[in-house]
Structures are given as C-alpha cells and as structure tokens.
Design a protein around this ligand. Structure first.
Ligand SMILES: CC(C)=CCC/C(C)=C/CC/C(C)=C/CC/C(C)=C/[C@@H]1[C@@H](COP(=O)(O)OP(=O)(O)O)[C@]1(C)CC/C=C(\C)CC/C=C(\C)CCC=C(C)C
Length: 409
C-alpha cells in the first residue's frame, strides 16, 4: 500500500479541527466459503476469532452483512447531534463550506486513485461526492498505520481516531474531510460498524504479523477491505430494477473487498516479508511443505508455485462471487466497481505471468493500460460484454476524452 501524507498526525496531541491537515490543497447464506477450497487435504475452518471462539469469522462477518442490509430496508437516516459545537454547526449549516469539503475529498481521490476517480465521474454528483468522502476517511485510516507517521501511532491514537469517528457520526466533525463524511452518513443508510471494524483491523495490524489459518486471515481481510464494500453500497445504491436480495448484494460487496485484499497480499508477499510480516495462512503453508524461512529467502520452487496456485484460485473465487452483485447496483455506480474488480483481478494474472515470483517482482497492471487511454475503458467494458447495458457510448468517450485532455498521467 502506498505511503502518502494526507495529514500530519501528532499522536500525543488530541486530534482537533482543521489545523492538522496537510497534503496538497486538500482529501440466503454465503455460497461457498474460502476455507473450503479444494486443497488436496481439505482444511476445515477452525474458528479462531477472539470474540466468540465457537463461530467462524465468516459467520461473524455475515452478521454484520445482515445488519447493513437491514438498514437499507429501514432507510434509516442519521440524526444530527443535539449539541453541536458552534464552529461545526456553522460548518454543517454552511452549504458552500460543505461543498468545499467535498471538493477537497474529490481532489484527494483524484490525486491518489486516479482511475477510480474517473470512474466516479459517471456517478450522480451526490453519490460521487459521498463516495469520495468515504474514500478519504479510509485512506486516512490506512495511513495511520501505513503512512510516514506510522511508527508514532499507538493503540491510544487509534482510540482517539475512533472517538473522532463516533463524533462525526453524531454530527460533530473535527475537520473538513470529517464534515464531508458526517454529511454523507446523515444522508445515506451507512452504519458505523464497518468503520469501527476498519479501525480494529489497523489495530490488529500493529500487533499481529502471522495468521494461523484462513479463518484468521479472512477476518483481517474483512476488517481492512471487506468493510469498504459495506460502506460503499449504501451510497452507490441498488438498482430499482434489481431482483436480487439486498443481503446478496452486500455479500458480493464484502467479497470484492476480500478478493482485493487477498490479491494485495499475494502481490506483496516479498515486500511484507521484508517488514517481517507474513499474511498467509500458516497451516496452508505447512501443508504445502513450506516454512517461514522459505518465504524470507524468497525462492520460487515448485512447492511455492503449487501453494500460490491455490491461493490465486481462492482469490478468484471471491472475485467471481463479487461479480454477481455488480449488475445489481445502480447503473451509474457500476463502472467504478468494474474498474476496481477488473484491475485488481488482473494482478493475479500478472503473478502467474511472473511465474509466481512475488518475492522480487511486483505484479502490476501497466499504467499505459490502466490510465491515460480511453481504449482501456472500452476494453474493460468489452471484457464484460456489457457495452449496451452499463453505460452509453457517449459516457465512455467522455471519460476517454476527459483523460486525454485533462488528466493524462
Ligand atoms: C466504487 C468503489 C471501488 C468504491 C470504494 C471506494 C473506497 C471507499 C475505497 C477505499 C480504499 C481504501 C483507501 C481502503 C483502506 C484500506 C486499504 C488500503 C485496502 C486496500 C485497497 C487497495 O489499497 P491501495 O490503494 O493501497 O492499493 P495499492 O497498493 O495501491 O494497489 C484494498 C485492497 C481494498 C479496497 C477495497 C475495495 C475497493 C472494496 C470495493 C468494493 C465495493 C466498492 C463494493 C462493490 C459492490 C458490489 C456489489 C460488488
């Protein structure tokens, strides 16, 4: 993950108000479970989650999915806090400040996630800016433990970040980015749980560098990425013509997050090992006849290739499950999701093309393919064979020319 500075965080200070900002001008049941892949000696899920050792991570996470889906039914909107501090009240009341806050979120998004940003331009203005606000919060949360100030971050600092999250959900934002999110969560049926869970994931990442089995890894992937799917769907919206259940759409969203994170892990094995971290199920490594030393020495052997084949197969399975939900989203929200899905899934192909050397070779999808070429947009679209159902051709070409004229990278 990239190490960017979206803000300057002083872990010993209380996080308050705008001054901390840096950066540029800125901001049914599950179908198949990931643990039940056809590994030669099937590895059953061993329930390891601390909260309730008798339940698997997937079962526990599924409860969160059910809760999020129920919120859509209720169309619950967030109540504003009764007592807002004057400065924040001004902020929330002042439409132009709010617009400015959202615009800054858009700038962050354009700066750090260009392709995704371009995709969001196809969404309605209201939804697009809400997705930007969520993106910025996730990026900042990730940066706490993965950014340049990560070594100063303590569990206490994460607690303060969580308190700040709770405040913004109650209508008391600390800075402009928070104000944008505060507004978003007051307008869409977004629940605080996935946000809290992402912070929990960061907390866990500070303490834990090994995963006993897939059940543990799954929980981690949910915390840091599956949560993103659950946060985004309420904003992106489900198509009025969708016949799918809300729960199944949320499950697909969760699966896309899990698939992305598993892919991220498989791509970064070498980098993570340099930091002393192994985000791979230990029991599966052992089963494949691999030791930690094999990872630290980074030799591509047949044992490693076999192991990787299974891991890639599992990640693809999550992508397949995710695909089922994309067409259920509002049509104008599908494009950024397809972008995320297609780009990330291609990383798996690249790992294979690199003959499974993810120790010293970084699998990436070439920039000339990803950005700056309208042809890329058409090709994603063609891959899905949805040229008539996803967007109009003019939408495709307008993104193409937007890239060519303004944002070629
Ligand atoms: C439309 C859309 C894709 C919306 C998501 C926008 C959003 C809120 C993104 C936040 C991403 C973020 C900063 C997460 C913090 C934790 C983290 C870093 C997770 C990893 C992402 C990639 O990180 P990074 O930028 O560092 O990657 P590189 O190293 O530069 O390659 C993750 C791997 C996970 C990201 C997870 C998603 C994008 C989940 C997407 C799922 C949905 C939007 C739900 C779609 C709905 C259906 C029905 C399928």
């Amino acid at each position: 993950m990239s190490a960017t500075v979206l803000w300057e965080f002083h872990p010993t200070e209380n996080v308050t108000n705008f001054g901390r900002l840096m950066g540029r001008n800125v901001g049914g049941r599950r179908r198949k479970c990931g643990s039940c892949l056809n590994f030669s000696n099937r590895l059953s899920i061993s329930a390891t989650a601390v909260e309730n050792p008798s339940r698997s991570s997937e079962e526990m996470v599924y409860d969160v999915v059910l809760k999020q889906a129920a919120l859509v039914g209720e169309q619950r909107t967030r109540r504003r806090a009764v007592a807002l501090r004057p400065s924040e009240t001004d902020f929330l009341m002042n439409e132009s400040l709010l617009n400015e806050a959202y615009a800054r979120c858009g700038e962050v998004c354009a700066e750090y996630a260009k392709t995704f940003y371009l995709g969001t331009l196809l969404m309605t203005p209201e939804r697009r800016r809400a997705v930007w606000a969520i993106y910025v919060w996730c990026r900042r949360t990730d940066e706490l433990v993965d950014g340049p100030n990560a070594s100063h971050i303590t569990p206490k600092a994460l607690d303060r970040w969580k308190q700040r999250l709770m405040d913004l959900f109650e209508g008391c934002p600390y800075d402009m980015y928070d104000a944008a999110l505060s507004d978003t969560v007051s307008k869409y049926p977004v629940d605080i749980q996935p946000f809290k869970d992402m912070i929990e994931g960061m907390n866990q990442d500070m303490k834990k560098s090994r995963y006993k089995n897939f059940d543990e890894l799954y929980l981690y992937c949910y915390y840091v990425a599956g949560t993103v799917g659950l946060m985004s769907v309420p904003v992106m919206g489900i198509s009025p013509s969708s016949k799918a259940s809300v729960v199944s759409v949320y499950s697909s969203a969760l699966d896309l997050g899990i698939a992305n994170q598993l892919t991220n892990i498989l791509r970064d094995v070498g980098e993570d090992a340099l930091r002393g971290r192994i985000y791979l199920p230990q029991d599966e490594l052992e089963h494949a006849g691999l030791s930690e030393d094999d990872i630290f020495h980074g030799k591509v052997t047949d044992k490693w290739r076999n192991f990787m084949r299974n891991q890639i197969e599992r990640a693809r399975m999550f992508f397949d499950e995710a695909e089922k939900g994309v067409d259920e989203l509002n049509p104008e929200s599908r494009w950024p999701v397809w972008t995320a899905l297609v780009l990330y899934r291609q990383i798996l192909d690249e790992i294979e093309a690199n003959d499974y050397n993810n120790f010293t070779k970084r699998a990436y999808v070439g920039k000339e393919i990803v950005t700056g070429k309208s042809g890329f947009i058409v090709s994603i679209y063609m891959e899905k064979g949805r040229e008539n159902s996803l967007f109009s051709n003019s939408a495709v070409w307008s993104i193409g020319s937007f890239q060519a004229n303004n944002h070629s990278v």
